[in-house]
Design a protein around this ligand. Structure first.
Ligand code: ADP
Ligand code: ZN
Ligand code: ZN
Length: 804
């Protein structure tokens, strides 16, 4: 018997399974989907069995046996193995990357360098003897034994020692020490009597055990309960009153939190209609994709909850994806409240061990609902009834590195495997999804009203150019400052939002709002700080940074951007009594800080919550009556064809934070481009009008959804090499792709150097090119066999979420 094994050897251009001989002992138990240790070159590596078979092309003298079978139960289901093949084709990744993305990181291999003595008769220098400490093999930690390396090298050359790489397993199951109390009460009585009266503490423990014969208790609990020490407990155990036993437990990240039971709402008519359609399709086992377009606060989450309830009643499982930043306790508690311990929450704040525990609970079917960020789409459920993507338009659903998958595509693939519906929910669906719904590829469901009947907040747009003309140089317009003062007086809360996405590197005139754009592409030129130049990332157009505005000749034209810290200082100056909580990447680095800030705000410990993108979503506090957007322009002028869409989405999301309960909400948006349609339509909460306008623009420049885009990026330490190979690739693509395909670039990327590697990129734009996957595969082959050796790194991203 032979096993096809995909090996975990990174940075090595192989992407095919290797055949290994299955040793006699494993033949009856081995299954595909299990992990193995296999010899590869002169070391042992981790591998995944993707198939078993009775024949191989490998000649007998070259056949190698599997070293060790690591899993008796396969860790990868048949569904996952099939999904791997699909992911590999879909995203052009290595199969090993596709396999590993489905498993918690605790299950991936760690390699350690082991040093082993082979010539036991040789004299070892004292320093090396000290390293071994009488063992015959030790782990070699390069940083700890630096001075020894040259001696070790000599000994290895002399064949006295060998250096081996071995696979280290990190799948530590957490165990606690349990105390098993003797079941025979007479025996305990005897032990009790044998203990001298001096040892009163021991007697107390045994006395207690006599009342609890035959039971089992965690030793830490017992110590706490009896207020006694380990020494005492060990003494009575030695006398035979109980035994110790290790028991497997899960790390529960929510153990400390109490959760209220939520009341189920009776649905509004709109909600009921939407739910009916979903359940109808669920009952028919349809793999149908629904686009649930509902304004903020329309009760989409309630629809999800009740749809899940239906699927749970059949004992089926549900996956709920939310963007990482909205994975707030406020959000996840709604699921915990409704479904209690049937819910597992997966987010980046969990430790490796905690993630592993949650994964095992899912695999064993001990939970039925998973709420998590992007990678939770791979939850190892085997009987899925429903998949939900909340905020489906979010760019974070696309993974930026290999495998570059979109969670939406995986969701739809899995729904076809399980014959179950998918719900894509959003107040601002992506253009692609809405267009698909319009064409009938998805089923459109609409919620037009807020669930509790509240009005959407009044949105005012403030023209910052006017402020400057009237002598106000502050980042707060008079209107916003006035609104803040009035909230402080009334003791109502507010959210101030600073729009900073990626790096906002464009040049803006503060007098007339002009942003310097590419003459060919209708996209902002990107400011390159290094060379002090402006560049277009679509066509390569380049120009110098103007000193005066090309429109109005003003000198107030410059690179644009402010940080939250600067805003905080300004608030302190203008509103000295205001209590401010700041939430951005700097203040949320520590685990739990996110939750801590939100709790403080919920407990009214601050008047103002100041933050970036991460406060745009999921907040639901009754006392927020004002939302201020300090500058709407940053996303508006990103060098990305989705700039307007992203701005519209963001403004709609932040506006949705105000006046969600009884108090009416107000939103103030400051901008240098008040006439821009993204801002205008966001002001009037008009997604449909925005959609139509944006589709006209996309069509004119054939951007998605009127075309598909592929981004190819090249990096190298040497800028000339980067340029040379990106040109080679572009030339090769030009020769091999049909004439209808547009190849844009190569140009330097907007972040032109990262970690001392220069970055260039090409963009492929096409409508129909059936041969494209094959041609890209060929390009990858050229890259892996030739360019990689020169130190070039190339990445291909199909349908990238951003092209910067
Ligand atoms: P969305 O997810 O669309 O933004 P939510 O599900 O968060 O909306 O609902 C907004 C608010 O309305 C929540 O506080 C929720 O508890 C409440 N809600 C939802 N559905 C109903 C309903 N049918 N009746 C009353 N309140 C509801
Ligand atoms: Zn100007
Ligand atoms: Zn251009």
């Amino acid at each position: 018997m032979y096993a096809e094994v995909i090996v975990d050897v990174s940075a090595y251009p192989i992407d095919r399974p290797f055949d290994y001989l299955v040793p006699e002992v494993y033949q009856a138990i081995i299954e595909s989907g299990s992990r193995v240790k296999v010899p590869f070159g002169n070391r042992q590596v981790l591998g995944y069995i993707t198939a078993l078979k009775n024949e191989t092309d490998v000649p007998t003298d070259k056949q190698k046996p599997i070293g060790e079978l690591l899993d008796i139960e396969p860790v990868l289901t048949q569904e996952m193995l099939a999904m791997t093949k699909w992911l590999k084709r879909q995203t052009l990744c290595y199969e090993i990357d596709a396999l590993q993305v489905m498993l918690p990181s605790a299950m991936r291999a760690k390699y350690e360098k082991m040093l082993r003595i082979v010539d036991v008769n040789a004299e070892l220098p004292e320093s090396v003897q000290a390293l071994f400490q009488h063992k015959d093999s030790v782990e070699l930690k390069a940083d700890e034994s630096k001075e020894l390396l040259s001696i070790i090298k000599k000994l290895v050359k002399a064949k006295i020692l060998v250096l081996e790489t071995s696979v280290k397993q990190k799948t530590a199951v957490k165990k606690v020490r349990m105390v098993n109390i003797e079941p025979d009460v007479d025996r305990l009585q005897m032990i009790y009597e044998s203990i001298s009266n001096q040892a009163k503490k021991q007697k107390d423990v045994v006395k207690w055990m006599m009342d609890n014969v035959g039971t089992c208790i965690a030793s830490t609990d017992l110590l706490k309960l009896l207020n006694t020490s380990n020494v005492v407990l060990n003494a009575v155990i030695e006398k035979g009153a109980a035994t110790f036993e290790m028991e497997e437990v899960y790390r529960d990240p929510y153990a400390e939190r109490t959760i209220d039971v939520s009341t189920k709402h009776s649905l509004t008519d709109e909600q009921q209609l939407a739910l009916n359609e979903i359940i109808h399709s669920y009952n028919k086992h349809e793999a149908r994709t629904f686009l649930l377009h509902g304004i903020t606060g329309s009760g989409k989450t309630e629809v999800y909850l009740q749809a899940i309830e239906r699927s749970l009643s059949d004992d089926k499982e549900a996956i709920v994806l939310v963007p990482e930043i909205s994975l707030t306790p406020q959000m996840t508690n709604r699921f915990k409240e409704r479904f209690g311990s049937l819910v597992a929450v997966l987010h980046s704040g969990l430790s490796v061990g905690e993630k592993y525990d949650e994964w095992r609970k899912i695999k064993r079917g001990e939970v039925k609902v998973v709420v998590g960020a992007r990678s939770a789409i791979f939850a190892p459920f085997q009987n899925i009834g429903l998949i939900i993507l909340d905020e489906e338009h979010e760019g974070t659903y696309k993974q930026d590195d290999s495998p570059r998958y979109h969670a939406r595509d995986v969701a739809i693939w899995r729904s076809e495997f399980h014959n179950c519906p998918v719900i894509l929910g959003s107040a601002t669906p992506s253009l692609e999804s809405y267009a698909r719904a319009k064409k009938g590829n998805y089923t459109l469901l609409t919620l037009e009203n807020r669930a509790r009947g509240q009005e959407l907040p009044q949105v005012s747009v403030i023209d910052m150019r006017e402020q400057l003309k009237n002598g106000n140089r502050s980042m707060f317009s008079l209107e916003l400052a006035e609104a803040i003062h009035s909230r402080l007086e009334k003791e109502e809360q507010m959210v101030l939002f600073l729009n900073r996405r990626g790096h906002s590197s464009f040049v803006l005139c503060r007098d007339c709002g002009t942003v310097v754009e590419c003459p060919n592409c209708d996209i902002s030129l990107t400011y390159h700080r290094h060379q002090e130049r402006l560049k277009c990332h679509y066509c390569g157009e380049e120009s110098r940074v103007p000193n005066i505005c090309p429109e109005c000749n003003s000198e107030h034209i410059r690179f644009f951007g402010t940080g939250t810290q600067k805003v905080e200082e300004e608030i302190a100056r203008l509103f000295p009594t205001a209590r401010v909580l700041r939430m951005d990447v700097d203040t949320t680095r520590k685990k739990g800080s996110h939750e801590h800030i939100l709790n403080s705000f919920g407990e009214m410990k601050a008047d103002i919550l100041l933050g970036t993108q991460m406060i745009a979503k999921g907040l639901d506090f009754p006392n927020i009556t004002l939302v201020g957007v300090l500058s709407a322009d940053t996303t508006l002028h990103l060098a990305d064809f989705r700039a307007a869409e992203k701005t519209f989405q963001l403004l709609t999301q932040v506006s949705g934070r105000a006046g969600r309960h009884d108090k009416k909400g107000e939103v103030i948006v400051q901008t240098y481009s008040p006439e821009h349609y993204a801002i205008q339509f966001a002001q009037h909460h008009d997604f449909i009008a925005f959609y139509h306008q944006e589709m006209i623009n996309r069509k004119q420049f054939t951007y998605p959804p009127f075309s598909y885009v592929v981004l190819i990026q090249f990096t190298h330490e040497d800028v000339l090499m980067t340029a040379e190979y990106s040109h080679k690739a572009a030339k090769w693509l030009n020769e091999n792709l049909s004439d209808t395909v547009e190849i844009i670039g190569p140009t330097a990327s907007s972040i032109s150097r990262v970690q001392n590697r220069y970055r260039y990129q090409c963009l492929i734009k096409y409508k129909k090119e059936p041969m494209l996957p094959d041609i890209l595969q060929q390009l990858i082959r050229i890259y892996r066999t030739d360019w990689m050796k020169k130190g070039i790194l190339m990445s291909i991203d199909l349908n990238p979420s951003s092209i910067m």
